[in-house]
Design a protein around this ligand. Structure first.
Ligand code: DAH
Length: 387
């Protein structure tokens, strides 16, 4: 028979009448105290580990309640009738309280996480900072695509170049006036070190020598890259870009050079009325030599090609000088060919109507966004090399 007032959840101060046997009163008080203490501790348990500790303390193999249940065996049947159901009720009450506390803590932890990890899927996406391809990179790719189609490979050389490759091997000896014209940046040499200083290469022409030395002839190669000269105005910056071209074989002539350059310009500018002007000129590394200008106009601060009365020099060219072939270990009685050096920045200005070269290197984001190219805007001869 279950004693009245011992139902689950009974208040802990359930009064017992004074005429109850003393065991009953003591036992019920003890169970009630356990109940009060554990329910309080469970309610206050700060985390799941604390809940688990309480479960072990109360209901584990050696837990307080389990030990008490073991004592049932030693009791008289009457005592057991009182204590048994009360302990069972306590056990199931604490078990439910533990489960409830555990899930409340889990819920609280989840809500705490959701506060931080909350995601509003209805919000518009954040604008992404997206870079653009610089016109110089774009134009370099375009030039490469055109010459690759004509069978040219691409070569590179160092930007810090020796005096030998930048000048001597190109038939520009120490006293040659061209050395002054180049406004060269010299690298530092320690005092007492009398070797000629290295230079920031003033042109991409040294790559001609390096390429022939390592790959031999015949060859068809272009070499785009940075070059340096102490010069600064609307169309000159101390660092700029050139693309060298070199074609050596048994019977290459000036006519091949002219065809190649015309073909290149037609494809590059994609304008029917493009007009080139070949001007006789002088370079120590070519003989004969020609500078090539392109017809353009500057009206209203806008640069346009294929029209107008102005000419813009875009490249130097000529038949490679026998001394240059010799310097690269090539026999000039067997081989001949042409070379050219074009200004990549100039070509970019002309093609995309950019009036001031200096802005190319200012890193002004507005300029870069305006003149830059999307990353997927890859030049191909089939898809078109212009925008
Ligand atoms: N190196 C020359 C310069 O920087 C450009 C040049 C002219 C390159 C004639 C050549 C060439 O290969 O044949 O002004």
């Amino acid at each position: 028979m279950t004693a009245p007032g011992l139902a689950i959840g009974a208040p802990c101060d359930t009064p017992f009448s004074n005429n109850e046997p003393s065991f009953r009163k003591a036992e019920m008080d003890a169970i009630d105290q356990l109940r009060t203490r554990y329910l309080h501790e469970i309610a206050e348990a700060p985390d799941e580990t604390a809940v688990e500790t309480l479960r072990v303390e109360a209901l584990g193999k050696k837990g307080e309640i389990s030990l008490k249940m073991r004592e049932l065996g030693k009791m008289t049947p009457e005592e057991r009738q009182v204590a048994g159901p009360a302990l069972n009720a306590l056990k199931s009450e604490l078990t439910s309280a533990l489960v409830a506390r555990k899930s409340a803590l889990e819920d609280a932890a989840l809500s705490e996480r959701l506060k931080d990890e909350w995601l509003d899927v209805t919000r518009p996406p954040r604008p992404q900072a997206r870079g653009t391809i610089h016109p110089i990179s774009q134009v370099t790719e375009e030039i490469t695509a055109i010459f690759a189609d004509l069978g040219y490979s691409v070569a590179e050389g160092p930007q810090i170049e020796s005096d030998h490759y930048n000048f001597d091997a190109l038939n520009i000896p120490p006293e040659h006036p061209a050395r002054q014209e180049h406004d060269t940046f010299y690298m530092h040499r320690d005092t007492g070190d009398n070797r000629p200083p290295h230079v920031l290469r003033t042109h991409t022409s040294p790559v001609q020598i390096r390429y022939m030395e390592t790959h031999g002839v015949p060859c068809r190669v272009i070499a785009p890259g940075r070059v340096y000269r102490a010069d600064y105005d609307q169309t000159h910056t101390p660092m700029f870009h050139q693309c060298e071209g070199l074609a050596i074989d048994k019977d290459i002539s000036m006519a091949n050079l002219k065809w190649t350059l015309e073909e290149f310009c037609k494809t590059f500018f994609d304008i029917d009325g493009i007009e080139l002007r070949f001007r006789a000129s002088h370079f120590p590394f070519t003989e004969p030599s020609a500078e090539v200008d392109i017809r353009c106009s500057w009206s209203g601060g806008q640069l346009k090609i294929g029209e107008g009365d102005d000419w813009m020099e875009i490249l130097g060219s000529g038949m490679v000088h026998p001394k240059v072939l010799e310097a690269a270990g090539v026999d000039p009685s067997q081989w001949q060919g042409f070379a050219f050096g074009m200004g990549i920045d100039r070509l970019a200005m002309l093609k995309y109507g950019i009036p001031d070269l200096r802005a190319f290197f200012d890193s002004d984001l507005r300029w870069l966004r305006h003149y830059g190219f999307a990353a997927l805007d890859m030049p191909t001869l089939h898809g078109g090399i212009s925008r």
